[in-house]
Design a protein around this ligand. Sequence first.
Ligand code: SF4
Length: 63
Amino acid sequence: MAEIIIDSYRCSGCGTCVEICPEVFHMNSMTEKAELIAAAPLVTDAVWQAAAFCPEKCIEMRE
Ligand code: SF4
């Protein structure tokens, strides 16, 4: 199963991933960075789409 990694250093907090896939991503209101809701979510098409549309390209999938 693939693992989803968000590079919070590069995340600009734009919220695109949350808009595309709110089942998996949410914004941390303290840090204003995206985070995973669950530790090991399923990598759905929406997750791939969120990664593709992330303007900072900071969502990575690792096998
Ligand atoms: S789309 Fe990318 S830059 Fe924007 S909030 Fe999500 S992880 Fe951060």
